[in-house]
Structures are given as structure tokens and as C-alpha cells.
Design a protein around this ligand. Structure first.
Ligand code: DPP
Ligand code: ZN
Length: 853
């Protein structure tokens, strides 16, 4: 594919401020009529009218009621161009599309027999001819005509008019969205749903009707999503002063969806996995994910919809900012330190890996081959970290002032990162040019910390330096401003904390201590998304963990210790886990008992993928085995705690509260330790835990722990029982597939792919097998004989033919081939080369090409 470049941006030469769309819904042949009021912009010369369009059957084109003939326009597979058009006119096009044949899940398609749409980024051009770019904003009027029986409910953006009879068993409705919006925020859903309804009164007293549309029989399972929505609405009022701006807010859950969810104006469409939950069918992690995704999409109403992106290079303008907002919402709903740790785990395992490989790109890229491939951990997660650093540097109050100015100045506009930062420059009087390097430079900065102590002056001298490694197309990097929260600790709870912004390559700080040599705590609360390198001995690290007063860094200290231990075990410089270290970690876990959610996180060992970044070449098989040995040692050291924890009953009656979830998280961590335990009785205990579980969190934990033991009758019994009980619930069955893909071998993948319920057309199902296997079961995926790659190659090829966005995402699992031990590395490279030879979609070809480099 030809790269699109940020530097080539030019404004669209026409305004299109009024759009009337009419849909005559039919799965095989939907007629779409579009009436666009077009006005040439002043100074736009005699530019032609260029409209995007893909996979459309053009029926007619009219200008101001006059029919055009094919000689009046040029039609290609990418769009429609009209060379000579007046300065002001109405364009009317009629096209026919086939939602039932749309397997790409972009544009208008069918899911579960209902109509649904997904337009971000460029799906609208698969609905009608249109300038499908975010800087063209229009007021949309949408008329839907559909069969009364098949589609009793017809939804689009904005405010609904009355439903009227349309003859022949059909009915019709017109939706009016008063807020101008780009085409990617358009949505249409129609079909037969059960509806969970509620309402909300905004801070200025406006009444909003809320509704969540789900599969028949599922309405009760939308209660948590609704509760999350109302809490999100309140939070955005209280935290950002943002009120909802329409009389209705609709959510539709669909089973077949490429994203997690989509923030269409007034009509959010969700992957049903992020809507439906109850104690019996969903885990605490599911409840937590629903809460955060509902919030994320709702928060987009202001950061994304009211103010949108000028072009797709600015994607982080809405995504990074909105992730930052949803992370803070979750922190306020739950525990701030626990939320921070989880966010950092996610950042490290996905974004740091991306930043270190061939797909590395800046938070705001300056070119792309395929826009679908830009929805990355870097844009989302690192984009959120950058906003977090901004807030840390200027302080919460000033951050809020800058955001207020941003909302006031740019409401109704499509803007850039520069526009956003101009607001912060205006409220602070500071220059953010250097700070914006965070948007332009790829790669994770490394901060090296060295310290020396002068006993005579009682001064600790701290030397800080930074470098950012080269990334594709960016050999040399400049220093970025890194806000580092630091503290010296006296070991008795005394903490002298401050923040330093490291904005040069190197700096030296001295800090006076009252008494003896203090311990230095660095990057507290993970104040910057960097890798901190410190040359400390194991004993120094242990002392730091004990003295630490920042919960994040306490966890971080334990993580560093276990990481070093796993590396030693994997390299053979040590054969057995060091019992002193294991004892110290077990003690830290027991001491954290009053915060079980934190204790659960301390019990978690870094995943193999996180360890890739620590050593090159990475040997996933050796790392996996080392990790297992350490986990078994920990299970033994904590066997009493595990026993007493699991003998106690699970909290009852069940509530998805943060408090109960914390208790269950630690119970889950104990169940997981039983999965690693070499105790002969562990499997039997796990089967009993599985059978007696009163909620999905513990039931699933027990089943997963059983699969950690490999093939055994107890595992088979649990898997068979689970399948029997849940075979009619696809969201729960995704877990059944995922648990097996997460532990098994290439053969397991082949078996799962041959299962009658495996469905290549359903992204959740494909991801629960191929996605989980290739990102969470790295020892098997990167097997040196290439068997793991062969297991997924064919599935990826088949998926690509139907759904390129899905396939391209799956291929990113190969991005680390260069850091792998030679055998696996060669097999991965060979697989990528075979994929390159195959006829791939542009999306997948883009990833393969960049991965091979
Ligand atoms: N639906 C995706 C998200 O909210 C893309 N906007 O992140
Ligand atoms: Zn988003």
C-alpha cells in the first residue's frame, strides 16, 4: 500500500453541512439514498468533488434534480469524482449494498440477524459515496424503512422522530442528530432486541432516556453496563464539568464486532462481551472491563465527538486522552494504586513490546499504510501516559483549566495535537514544544539511575540520564521531558518525596538526609512510561521493597526481584529458586493481606512476553519453564496461606463491588498457585473448587488452573462440564476456548479450530483461540519446531479473506521474531515470508511488510 503522509494534509474543498440519508433495509440489497448539500469553500478554486466509496453498486447520481450520465463523472473502485460542479448544489446518489455479504464488519452488516454498522475509520464509504474523512462535519438526518416484524426497533444517531407506517408490512422513522459530526460517528442498528431501560438527570436537570439493546432474553444481564453508564455520566460532570447533550443515549450489543466498542454519537455499539454480565456468567475482570469500556465510549462524547480529529494521524487526540479519562474513572471507582499497577502491566506487555519491535511508531505517526492498523497500544496506552505526564507536570488544577479552554475553544471542530497543546500553553504561559516530542519519537526511553552517598555531608548524589533507542525510520532521538517522582526513604516510614522533570540527557541532584544513608525510590506511581535501569544487588532491592512507602513501587520492587530470578533460572545460572528470595516474596504477599487486590498482584509473576524485553535473544520455552519453577516454589512457600484462604467461603451474597472483587482476586491468585503446585492433591482440590464455585470468577480460575496441570482426568472433567453447561452462551464459550488455547500446544489449537463452535467469521471466537494462543501462550506459539506458527498460519489466511482488520491484528503476534532464539526466530521469519507470498489484504500486507522490515 502507498503510505499516506501527515505532511500532505489539505483541507477538503467543500462544506457539506447538511446530509439526508435514507435506508430501505434488506439484508441482501439495501437501498441507500444520500442527499448532500454541498458548498464550495471560499478559495477552493475549481477543485473537483471527490467522494470515497467502496463495494457500492451505484444506481443513480443527480445534481439539483438533474440526472447525470456516466460521462459526467468518473467511477473507480475507490470512489466517485465529479469534475465540474457548481459552487452550491444538492447531490443525490442512490446505491445498493449487501449487508448480508459484508464479512469485513466495516460498513453496514448483519450480526445475529440484525443490521448494525461500524464506520470508524473508513467504513462509511462502504455505505454511500461521501468525503469519508473526520474533518468533514455535517448535520445528519437519517430515515430508516424496514420490515416491521424483522426490525421492530430502528436506531440511528441523535433524536428519534415518530415511527410511521410505510406500507407492505414496513415502517419508517427519521433520526435527527443536531450535532455536526464526521461520517465515522454515523451508526445504524435495526432488528429485534430486548431492551434494558433507565434514565438519568443531568447536572442542569435535563432528563435523558437510557437504553441498552441486547439479544432476546439477555436484558437482565445489561444491568451492570447501565449502572456503569450512569456512574460515567456523573463522573464526567463532576471531574470535567461535561454534561450529556441529547435526550436519548442508546447502546446496542452485537456479537460480531472488530473493536471492543464504538462511540457513535448517541448510539454506542458494543461488542456484546463488554455489555452482558452477571455473577454466574461473568468474571470480576469482565465486570471491570465493562465498567471501563462503557465509560471510555461515553467519555468520547466530549473527547472525540464534540471535538474530533482533523485527520487520522491525530487519533491519539481522542484515544490517548479518552483512555486517560477512563483509567482515572476506574481508579476513582476502585483502588487507585491497584488500577495503576494494572494499567502499567498492560502498557508493558503490549506497548513496550510494540515500541521495541519493527512495528514501533510514534504516538502520532506521520505516515501510515493502512489506517485500521493504527489502533495500537502506542496510540491508546502510551497516548494516555503522555496526558498523565502532562497533568503531573502542570498539576491537576491547571490541567482542568487547560481542558476547560480546550472544550470551550474547539467545540464543534476537528483539531490537531497542536491545537490541544496550544490550550495548555495559553493557560500556563509555558512552551510545550519539547514535551510534544513524546508524540513524535517512537521507542521507550531508558532512564539510568546512579547514586552515591557522602557520609560526611549526609548527602545523597543522584545521577539521572536518559536515552531512547533507535526505532524504524528514527535512528537518533532527542531527550524528552520525563517527570520522575522520587523519594528518599529512611526505612522507618519516613518519606521525603519530590518530582524532577528530567529534560536533558543527564542531570545530577543532591538530597540531604537527616541521619544515615537513605534508600532511593524512583519513578514512583510509574510517573513516566520509561524503563528505569539501576544496578542494585538482590539485598539492596529486598531492603527497598521493605522500606517502600509507594504501593506502586512496592509492587514494582517485587516484580523486579522475581524477574531477575526467572531470568537466572532460565539461563541456567541457577537451577532452583532461591529459597530466601521466595520466602521474602511470600512474606510481602502475606503482609499485603489487608489489601487483597494488591496481594493478588504481588502473587502474579510477569508473563513470558513481558520477560522478552529483558534479555535478547528471548527463549520462550526456557522462560516458561523457569517461571513455572518459581511459581511452584511460591506455591509451596505459601501453601498455608493458600489453604486457609480457600477454606474460607467466597464472599456472599455476590456483588461485583471492588471490595469483593479484591477478595476474589486473591482467592483466584491462590487457585492459580494450586495450578502451579507440585502437591499431589492439587488437582483433586481444584476439581472440588471448580464444582463448588458459586461465581464465574472462581469457576474459571479453577478450570484454568486445572489446564495448567496438562492432560489429566480432573481437567477433562471440568472442561466437559463447562462445555455442557455453557454451550448456548457464546460469550462464556469464548472463555472455554481461551483457557485451552492459553495452556495447550499447537495440537490444541488444531482441535479447537476443528470444534463445531469455532467460527471464523466471529472475531471474538477467532481471538479466543488464535489471539490468546499467540499472545498468552508464548512457549507453545514460539515452539522452536515452528509447530505453533503452522497452527495459526492457515487460520490467519482464511480470516484475512473474510475480515482483513481481524487478520492484520493477529499477525502482529509475529512482530518479535527478531529477538527470539535462532530456531524459533527463523521459523517465524519463514512464516512471515510465506504470508507475504500469499495474496493478503492490504491491512495484513502492511503488517507483514513492516514486521519483516
Ligand atoms: N471504538 C474504538 C474506541 O473507542 C475506536 N474509537 O477506542
Ligand atoms: Zn476510544
Amino acid at each position: 500500500p502507498v503510505a499516506v503522509k501527515l505532511a500532505d494534509y489539505t483541507p477538503y474543498p467543500f462544506d457539506m453541512d447538511h446530509v439526508e440519508l435514507s435506508f430501505e433495509l434488506d439484508p441482501d440489497a439495501t437501498k441507500v439514498t444520500a442527499e448532500l448539500k454541498v458548498t464550495r469553500k471560499a478559495g477552493a478554486g475549481n477543485a473537483p468533488l471527490e467522494l470515497d466509496g467502496e463495494a457500492l453498486k451505484l444506481v443513480s447520481v443527480e445534481i439539483d434534480g438533474r440526472a447525470l450520465t456516466p460521462s459526467d463523472y468518473s467511477l473507480t473502485e475507490h470512489g466517485l469524482t465529479l469534475a465540474d460542479v457548481p459552487d452550491q448544489f444538492t447531490l443525490r446518489t442512490v446505491v445498493v449494498i449487501a449487508p448480508s455479504k459484508n464479512t469485513a464488519l466495516s460498513g453496514l452488516y448483519m450480526s445475529g440477524g440484525r443490521f448494525c454498522s461500524q464506520c470508524e475509520s473508513v467504513g462509511f464509504r462502504r455505505i454511500t459515496y461521501y468525503p469519508d474523512r473526520p474533518d468533514v462535519m455535517s448535520r445528519f438526518f437519517v430515515t430508516i424503512v424496514a420490515d416491521k416484524e424483522a426490525c421492530p426497533i430502528m436506531l440511528s444517531n441523535g433524536t428519534p422522530g415518530d415511527v410511521k407506517d410505510a406500507g407492505n408490512g414496513r415502517h419508517t422513522i427519521t433520526w435527527d442528530d443536531p450535532h455536526k459530526k464526521p461520517s465515522y460517528l454515523f451508526a445504524l442498528c435495526a432488528g429485534d432486541y430486548d431492551v434494558y431501560r433507565d434514565s438519568f438527570t443531568t447536572m442542569s436537570g435535563k432528563h435523558i432516556d437510557l437504553a441498552i439493546h441486547v439479544d432476546k432474553g439477555d436484558a437482565d444481564r445489561a444491568a451492570w453496563a447501565m449502572d456503569s453508564l450512569k456512574r460515567s455520566m456523573t463522573w464526567d460532570e463532576q471531574t470535567y464539568g461535561r454534561e450529556y447533550d441529547l435526550g436519548v443515549f442508546n447502546i446496542v450489543a452485537v456479537r460480531d464486532f472488530n473493536f471492543g466498542a464504538m462511540e457513535n454519537k448517541g448510539l454506542n455499539v458494543f461488542n456484546s462481551a463488554y455489555v452482558l454480565a452477571d455473577e454466574d456468567s461473568a468474571t470480576d475482570a469482565d465486570f471491570e472491563a465493562i465498567e471501563s469500556i462503557v465509560a471510555h465510549e461515553y467519555f468520547h462524547n466530549w473527547t472525540g465527538n464534540r471535538i474530533t480529529c482533523r485527520d487520522w494521524f491525530q487519533l491519539c487526540l481522542k484515544e490517548g486522552l479518552t483512555v486517560f479519562r477512563d483509567q482515572n474513572f476506574s481508579a476513582d471507582m476502585r483502588s487507585r494504586p491497584v488500577q495503576r499497577i494494572k494499567d502499567v502491566i498492560r502498557l508493558r506487555s503490549r506497548q513496550f513490546a510494540e515500541d521495541a519491535g519493527p512495528l514501533a511508531h510514534p504516538v502520532r505517526p506521520d505516515n501510515y499504510g493502512s489506517i485500521d492498523n493504527l489502533y495500537t497500544a502506542t496510540v491508546y496506552e502510551k497516548g494516555a501516559e503522555v496526558i498523565g505526564m502532562l497533568r503531573r507536570i502542570i498539576g491537576e488544577e491547571t490541567y482542568r483549566k487547560g481542558m476547560d479552554l480546550y472544550f470551550e475553544r474547539h467545540d464543534g471542530q476537528a483539531v490537531t495535537i497542536e491545537d490541544f497543546y496550544k490550550c495548555f500553553e495559553d493557560v500556563t504561559g509555558k512552551d510545550f514544544t519539547q514535551f510534544r516530542l513524546w508524540y513524535a519519537q517512537a521507542g521507550t526511553p531508558r532512564v539510568t539511575v546512579e547514586e552515591s552517598w557522602d557520609e560526611a555531608t549526609k548527602e545523597l548524589t543522584i545521577n539521572l540520564s536518559q536515552t531512547t533507542p533507535p526505532t524504524p525510520g528514527q535512528p537518533d532521538k532527542k531527550p524528552v521531558p520525563i517527570p520522575l517522582e522520587l523519594a528518599v526513604l529512611d526505612g522507618k516510614g519516613g518519606t521525603d518525596a519530590w518530582m524532577t522533570v528530567l529534560d536533558t540527557a543527564e542531570t545530577t541532584i543532591t538530597r540531604k538526609a537527616a541521619a544515615g544513608r537513605p534508600l532511593l525510590s524512583v519513578n514512583r506511581d510509574f510517573s513516566a512510561p520509561v524503563r528505569v535501569e539501576r544496578d542494585l544487588t538482590r539485598d539492596q532491592r529486598l531492603a527497598l521493597v521493605v522500606a517502600e512507602t509507594d504501593p506502586f513501587n512496592q509492587w514494582e520492587g517485587v516484580r523486579t526481584l522475581v524477574t531477575e530470578e526467572i531470568l537466572k533460572l532460565s539461563e541456567g545460572s541457577q537451577t532452583r529458586p532461591d529459597s530466601e528470595l521466595v520466602g521474602a516474596i511470600a512474606a510481602a504477599i502475606r503482609n499485603a493481606g489487608d489489601d487483597p487486590a494488591l496481594a493478588a498482584l504481588l502473587t502474579r509473576l510477569p508473563e513470558v512476553g513481558e520477560l522478552f524485553l529483558e534479555r535478547e535473544p528471548a527463549d520462550p520455552v526456557a522462560l516458561h519453564s523457569a517461571r513455572k519453577r518459581l511459581q511452584a516454589a511460591l506455591a509451596e512457600a505459601l501453601s498455608d496461606t493458600v489453604g486457609t484462604t480457600l477454606e474460607a467461603p467466597s464472599p456472599a451474597p455476590y456483588a461485583p463491588s471492588a471490595e469483593q472483587a479484591g477478595v476474589r482476586a486473591f482467592r483466584g491468585a491462590c487457585i492459580n498457585l494450586l495450578g502451579a503446585s507440585e502437591d499431589k492433591d492439587a488437582r483433586r482440590k481444584l476439581l472440588v473448587l471448580y464444582q463448588k464455585a458459586t461465581n464465574m470468577t472462581e469457576r474459571l480460575a479453577a478450570m484454568r488452573a486445572l489446564t495448567m496441570h496438562g492432560e489429566c482426568p480432573e481437567r477433562d472433567e471440568a472442561l466437559a462440564d463447562f462445555e455442557t453447561n455453557w454451550k448456548h452462551n457464546p460469550i462464556v464459550m469464548d472463555k472455554w476456548f481461551a483457557v485451552q488455547a492459553g495452556q495447550g500446544t499447537a495440537e490444541t489449537v488444531a482441535e479447537l479450530a476443528a470444534h463445531p463452535e469455532f467460527d471464523l467469521k466471529n472475531p471474538n471466537r477467532v481471538r479466543s483461540v488464535v489471539g490468546v494462543f499467540s499472545t498468552a501462550n508464548l512457549a507453545a506459539f514460539h515452539a522452536p519446531d515452528g509447530s505453533g506458527y503452522r497452527a495459526v498460519e492457515d487460520i490467519i489466511l482464511k480470516a484475512d479473506a473474510a475480515n482483513p482488520a481481524l487478520a492484520a491484528r493477529l499477525i502482529t503476534a509475529f512482530e518479535q521474531w527478531r529477538v527470539l532464539e535462532p530456531k524459533a526466530g527463523a521459523a517465524a521469519q519463514a512464516t512471515l515470508k510465506r504470508l507475504q507470498e500469499a495474496k493478503l489484504s492490504p491491512n495484513s500486507a502492511d503488517i507483514v511488510g513492516r514486521a519483516l522490515g
